[in-house]
Design a protein around this ligand. Structure first.
Ligand SMILES: NC(=O)c1ccc[n+]([C@@H]2O[C@H](COP(=O)([O-])OP(=O)(O)OC[C@H]3O[C@@H](n4cnc5c(N)ncnc54)[C@H](O)[C@@H]3O)[C@@H](O)[C@H]2O)c1
Length: 377
């Protein structure tokens, strides 16, 4: 192990002397970052995780991801953690200058992830989501242009345009009129990202999404953008303002009241398990698409659910009623009423990639984890 003092960050950085190729994961304590760290570590890579637990600043101590970082540090011998803020270019730079040559992949997951929170602190939101992404792109361009750069974008780049689709109200969910081209497989990448309401969060992520595309198209970096639907999994530190399924499951298990924000509880989301998303990351690392390629990625028609359907499922599984109310006054600006990702483009480029989780698998796993956590106090 080598000990380096970096004047820039004013801190000591430990680099393990190993020839392993390196994967950098930002947001390593979060749902997707932690899954990616474990996945690539298990495949023989050294992993450098960056996460300053900003999530606890956004959503309070119950949403902290520090527990996950501790778990990674304890369980992965070739994992190294840096509690750096991605807005701090000076602190980030030494990681790339020292290790650039062996960086094979950058998985950029760190973000301010909530619409509502972004409106509280627009500068913070933009600095993290847009400027932080630019720092990472520029460091990749300067010190590891050979690396594949994966950006976890969001379906919020489409703003509220999905709400202009011809929606049909069914007893437990909204659906799109069956005559519409998006009805069979969901929304594809041809949907406009322009001239609609995004929320400030949607705009900061869109700025980053475009910049990641541009570093691919303009500089030829191997950048790939995944525009996620709802991402779920056992490591989600659920918060009311982010991670609806995780928060609903936690509330149901703990028998706490749950408020649905508008749309009669019939809003539909597609959900993809973190493991399935990360296996898609591995596919693009092995065989990168054209620089700047964008993929819509989510549970698609394979795994989607409305709030009311999720509550029905939980009540049947738990054997008690979920204490929920629907507050139509709290319907969030720009929130999607129906969103299902069309993942055909990705599946056609990577035909051997398959889902391993259904929506029932996802809900089942989250419920078991919440029951265990609850019984442990
Ligand atoms: N979860 C979803 O449903 C969803 C949907 C679409 C897109 N996404 C995107 O996917 C990515 C990963 O989402 P997630 O659910 O794993 O998020 P998460 O909130 O679970 O994890 C993000 C991590 O980034 C860290 N972080 C935030 N700001 C930081 C900063 N300035 N410096 C360093 N670390 C910082 C947080 O502490 C947190 O641990 C995000 O970019 C998000 O916008 C998520």
């Amino acid at each position: 192990m080598r000990l380096t003092y970096t004047a820039a960050s004013g801190s000591f950085i430990f680099f393990r002397m190993t020839n392993k190729e390196l994967v950098i994961v930002t947001g390593a304590g979060g749902l997707i970052g932690s899954e990616a760290a474990c996945f690539f570590h298990a495949r023989g890579f050294a992993v450098v995780g960056i996460d300053n637990d900003k999530r606890s600043y956004f959503f309070g101590p119950t949403a902290s991801t520090a527990w996950k970082v501790k778990e990674l540090q304890q369980s992965l011998p070739h994992y190294q953690h840096h509690a750096i803020d991605i807005t701090d270019l000076q602190a980030l730079t030494p990681l790339f200058t020292k290790e650039g040559a062996r960086i094979r992949l950058v998985v950029h997951c760190a973000a301010q992830p909530s619409h509502d929170w972004a409106s509280r602190e627009p500068y913070t939101d933009f600095a993290i989501n847009a400027n932080g992404t630019l720092h990472l792109l520029e460091l990749t361009r300067q010190y590891c242009p050979q690396a594949v750069f994966i950006f976890t974008s969001t379906n919020k780049v489409y703003g509220d345009l999905p709400n202009a689709l011809p929606l049909i109200e069914n007893p437990r969910r909204w659906e799109v009129d069956s005559s519409h081209p998006f009805a069979a497989r969901g929304i594809d990448e041809s949907m406009s990202i322009d001239q609609c309401t995004h929320s400030l969060f949607g705009v900061s992520k869109t700025a980053a999404d475009l910049m990641v595309q541009e570093y691919g198209r303009y500089f030829g970096l191997r950048t790939v953008i995944f525009r996620g639907g709802c991402l779920t999994g056992p490591s989600h530190s659920g918060a009311e303002l982010h991670g609806f399924l995780a928060y609903l499951v936690q509330s149901a298990v703990q028998q706490r009241p749950y408020t649905i924000f508008g749309y009669k509880g019939k809003q539909v989301r597609d959900n993809i398990h973190s493991a399935d998303l990360v296996s898609a990351f591995a596919a693009v690392m092995e065989n990168p698409p054209a620089p700047g390629t964008v993929y819509n990625m989510g549970g698609s028609r394979h795994a989607n659910i409305s709030m009311l359907e999720a509550i029905d499922w939980l009540q049947a599984r738990l054997g008690w009623s979920v204490n929920y109310t629907i507050d139509e006054n709290k319907a969030r600006k720009g929130d999607h009423i129906w969103y299902i990702s069309d993942v055909s483009k990705f599946k056609s480029d990577y035909p051997s990639w398959k889902y391993s989780y259904t929506i029932e698998d996802i809900l089942g796993e989250m419920t078991e984890a919440a029951l265990v956590k609850n019984s442990a106090g």
